[in-house]
Design a protein around this ligand. Structure first.
Ligand code: HEC
Length: 142
């Protein structure tokens, strides 16, 4: 999964290298990053995906494509949670959706505000996306 991702058109970019699976990532969700991701999820994602991540948020009915059930990311992929693919999808700056316009906001841009003097918006976005991915691992159902 990761190798096909890394060998894609943007291979070599620092951006991709940093979003890619960190060495400390675990199957259950990193215990430091996941809680930060939970806060971000409530703030940015629950409106569509629902507080529990099942895809039933208040804004869901206004969309053409239903928000995915994020508790079944792994279940939809035979039990495998593909960190890199999910980080890349959330970011959204790299892929054009196969089926026309994407309903998900391009989080790589939205989450990239500079949070303090000296922080790079892009680093902030990557850190936040990583936290979100770690959080999503903690809500996976069998
Ligand atoms: C405006 C509504 C909306 C918001 C807000 C939103 N999403 Fe989504 N999301 C969607 C829709 C719709 C899909 C289905 C795929 C598509 O875009 O066509 C989706 C799909 C996904 C998927 C793909 C799941 C899979 O199995 O491939 C992930 C992961 C995801 N969202 C994560 C997030 C995260 C994390 C946030 C918050 C940062 C978020 N979403 C906020 C609408 C939204």
């Amino acid at each position: 999964m990761m190798s096909s991702w890394v060998s894609s058109a943007l291979a070599g970019s620092i951006l991709l290298a940093v979003i890619a699976l960190p060495s400390y990532a675990s199957e259950e969700g990193d215990s430091v990053l996941a809680p930060a991701g939970a806060d971000l999820f409530g703030q940015y994602c629950a409106s569509c995906h629902g507080v529990s991540g099942e895809g039933n948020g208040p804004a869901a009915s206004a969309l053409n494509v239903p928000p995915a059930d994020l508790t079944r990311i792994a279940a939809r992929r035979g039990g495998d949670f593909p960190d890199s693919e999910i980080a890349r999808f959330i970011d959204g700056r790299f892929d054009l959706p196969a089926h026309g316009s994407r309903e998900m906001p391009i989080w790589g841009r939205r989450l990239g505000a500079s949070i303090a003097k000296g922080t790079e918006p892009d680093e902030v976005a990557r850190g936040r996306i990583l936290s979100l991915v770690e959080y999503l691992k903690t809500i996976q159902r069998k």
